[in-house]
Design a protein around this ligand. Structure first.
Ligand code: PGA
Length: 255
């Protein structure tokens, strides 16, 4: 079964409700009628309800940037998978490098979040990737395999088949320096091999692997043409509706 590429916009800490609504108003018509790719917008929590409403009937999915591992309870400031489902959220970014490095998220917490998301029918976009120091030390493969192994431990093969894993080298995020398409493809192949060895060929074949890190309209096609890459997780280049629409169109054509 062919994997449908997913182009996901990670807005990070950007956009008020009004700005988010204006984005959708401009973006929706700009990508109407595109085939062969799936698109998700991941606004901040405060804009999820509005963006979800504005996307109704568009075929564009709603995603969140994070969530907590518990359904409810005394966890001040957190948002649960139940609450995200309530808003019509389909995807949730988990283990982003900014969550790992700035907010102290470790592999154990990320694993618990992945399990919680799957339990509630949310599709995790699990982010993995090496730092510059790790890359220079030749540790890319070891780091990525460890992160994938830790976050997927205990999942059923069918759950793994439905996952999205975003390979995002930390040194490429927001820097304008992207991995080469060949390098991204090699890491994608490594992730798929690792998943296949642990969960079987159907899980490996179903799993979607995105590349993330300074993806833009001008380079998305190179990544999209790689056999192991199924779309992109896009930060900075997803903030402008026309620019992101151009990126999505470029990915759809490259397919
Ligand atoms: P970037 O961010 O596209 O701005 O590099 C990607 C990400 O952090 O997901």
């Amino acid at each position: 079964m062919a994997r449908i590429p997913l182009l996901a916009a990670n807005w990070k800490l950007h956009k008020t409700i009004a700005e988010a609504a204006a984005f959708v108003a401009a973006f929706r018509p700009a990508v109407a009628g595109l085939n062969g790719v799936e698109v998700a917008l991941c606004p901040p929590f405060t804009a999820l309800a509005t963006v979800g409403r504005e996307l109704l009937g568009s075929g564009i999915a709603l995603g969140a940037q994070n969530m907590y591992k518990e359904d409810q309870g005394a966890y001040t400031g957190e948002v649960s998978p139940v609450m995200l489902r309530d808003l019509g959220v389909r995807y949730v970014i988990l283990g982003h490098s900014e969550r790992r490095s700035l907010f102290g998220e470790d592999d154990a917490l990320i694993m618990a979040k992945v399990h919680a998301a799957c339990r509630h029918g949310l599709i995790p976009i699990l982010c993995v990737g090496e730092t510059l120091a790790e890359r220079e030390a030749g540790a890319t493969a070891a780091v990525v395999v460890r992160q994938v192994e830790a976050a997927t431990r205990g999942l059923a093969p069918a759950q793994v088949a439905g996952l999205v894993i975003a390979y995002e080298p930390v040194w490429a995020i927001g820097t304008g320096r992207n991995a080469s398409a060949a390098d991204a493809n090699a890491v994608g192949a490594l992730i798929r091999r690792e998943v296949g060895a642990r969960f079987g060929p159907a899980a490996a074949a179903g799993l979607r692997i995105q590349y993330g890190g300074s993806v833009k309209a001008a380079n998305v096609a190179e990544f999209q043409r790689q056999p192991e890459i199924d779309g992109a997780l896009v930060g900075g280049a997803s903030l402008d509706p026309h620019g992101f629409a151009e990126l999505v169109r470029a990915a759809a054509v490259a397919r």
